[in-house]
Design a protein around this ligand. Structure first.
Ligand SMILES: *Cc1c(COP(=O)(O)O)cnc(C)c1O
Length: 393
């Protein structure tokens, strides 16, 4: 039945498991262990646990499993493994499948901690990593070799909202038998069509849109049952990066409104981007939903939306950017994204502070750049707030 459900139905019902009490809301099984009726049953479960049989919460838990089943169904993958954070998911997806001597190709424009895993951690264990400009397909073609085991990229980059063409990179990767691992946070599971576009493994920081209210840190790895249960699960369950049942329960609640929230945020983001475009105090407005975005066509084909973030460059550099941020009355100064509350971030001095100047320039992280994660407030109020703050910039 659920195979034919549409997104919103899945987000409310998919994966629900009810106990003998028939509870309406998803139950939170805040337990790390499980009791076996007999010693023989314990032995049997350690040999092969059945679908409704659990051993230890680091391996799996009924609440966590509900969340995994729901997100896998939404994403269109066979299975999923929930992790303690987005970084546990990125690390788990890569480290579980790689060994010394393997080769990985990755886009360069990465979330700082993702860059650390690829540049520092994997290379320390003898994995070779080649970085490319993710938007340049010729660089991907030149970098993959018959020894390439995986390609990794963020489908939309932070903070300059550049897209990687999933379908084309997947074709290049699959030609040499490499696995396509996509960090899809900025695209959101609502606008993702990554599986049909050729992604093999999709990773989310559930801290962002899936929690949606800035409460819990979490992550998830989506993929085939073979990859999730035979490659990822053994690695994750023995190295300790599993999701807490409490977090899974919050995510289950958050998912009921995920589609509504992401669409409302994306609608407001488009209105905001249109209102900001051409403003005399702005050097540029970057939003994939604007026709002026160089990859507007790709964004529409790949996600059918411009997403929920808008980035803009305030003429006047850091001083003007700081005056703008300090004048905001509704939008909060922070560094999370996908929250119900609108968040303004100054990447050059916070999330990307540690990057050397030449790399900031290469990635387009200018001193006046602001990343706005559009929340659920009324778009008119947000536009008025941004306009009054720009006046004072
Ligand atoms: C936030 C984020 C992560 C890391 O997720 P955490 O939940 O903070 O560990 C990874 N990739 C991207 C693109 C992110 O935005």
């Amino acid at each position: 039945m659920s195979g034919t459900w549409k997104t919103r139905t899945k987000l409310v019902h998919e994966g629900s498991r009810r106990s003998q009490y028939g509870e309406m809301a998803e139950a939170i099984f805040l337990t790390q262990g499980f009791v076996y009726p007999t010693a023989e049953a314990a032995e049997a479960r350690f040999i092969q646990a059945g679908a409704d049989e659990f051993i230890y919460a680091r391996y799996g838990n009924p609440t966590t499993r509900m969340f995994e089943d729901r997100i896998a169904s939404l994403e269109g993958t066979e299975d999923a493994f929930a992790t303690a954070s987005g970084m546990a998911a990125v690390n788990g997806a890569l480290t579980s499948m790689l060994r010394a001597g393997d080769h990985v190709v990755s886009s360069r424009a990465l979330f700082g901690s993702c860059l650390y895993i690829l540049e520092e951690v994997l290379t320390r264990f003898g994995v070779k990593v080649t970085f490319v400009d993710g938007a340049d397909l010729d660089q991907w073609r030149a970098a993959v070799t018959p020894g390439t085991k995986a390609v990794f990229f963020e489908s939309m980059s932070n903070p300059t909202l550049e897209l990687v063409d999933i379908r084309s990179v997947a074709e290049i990767a699959h030609a040499v038998g490499a696995l396509v691992i996509v960090d899809n946070v900025f695209a959101t599971p609502v606008f993702s069509r990554a599986v049909e576009q050729g992604a093999d493994v999709i990773v989310y920081s559930t801290t962002k849109h899936i929690d949606g209210q800035g409460r819990a840190l979490g992550g998830v790895i989506c993929g085939t049952t073979q990859f999730i249960r035979k490659v990822v699960e053994p690695y994750m369950k023995h190295t300790g990066g599993s999701m807490s049942p409490f977090t899974a329960w919050m995510h289950l609640n958050g998912m009921a409104t995920l589609d509504l929230r992401c669409r409302a945020m994306a609608d407001s983001a488009l209105r905001i981007a249109k209102a900001l475009e051409g403003h005399p105090k702005l050097a540029r407005v970057i939003f994939p939903g604007l026709e002026s975005h160089p990859q507007h066509g790709l964004a529409m084909a790949q996600m059918g939306s411009g997403g929920t973030l808008v980035t803009f460059d305030i003429a006047g550099g850091k001083e003007a950017a700081f005056r703008f941020m300090d004048a905001l009355e509704i939008a909060k100064i922070s560094n999370n994204l996908g929250d119900a509350k609108t968040i303004a971030t100054h990447p050059a001095t916070t999330t990307h502070q540690r990057l050397p100047q030449d790399q900031k320039e290469a990635l387009g992280i200018t001193p006046g750049l602001i990343r706005l994660s559009v929340g659920l407030e009324d778009a008119e109020d947000l536009i008025a707030d941004l306009m009054q703050a720009l006046e004072r910039a």
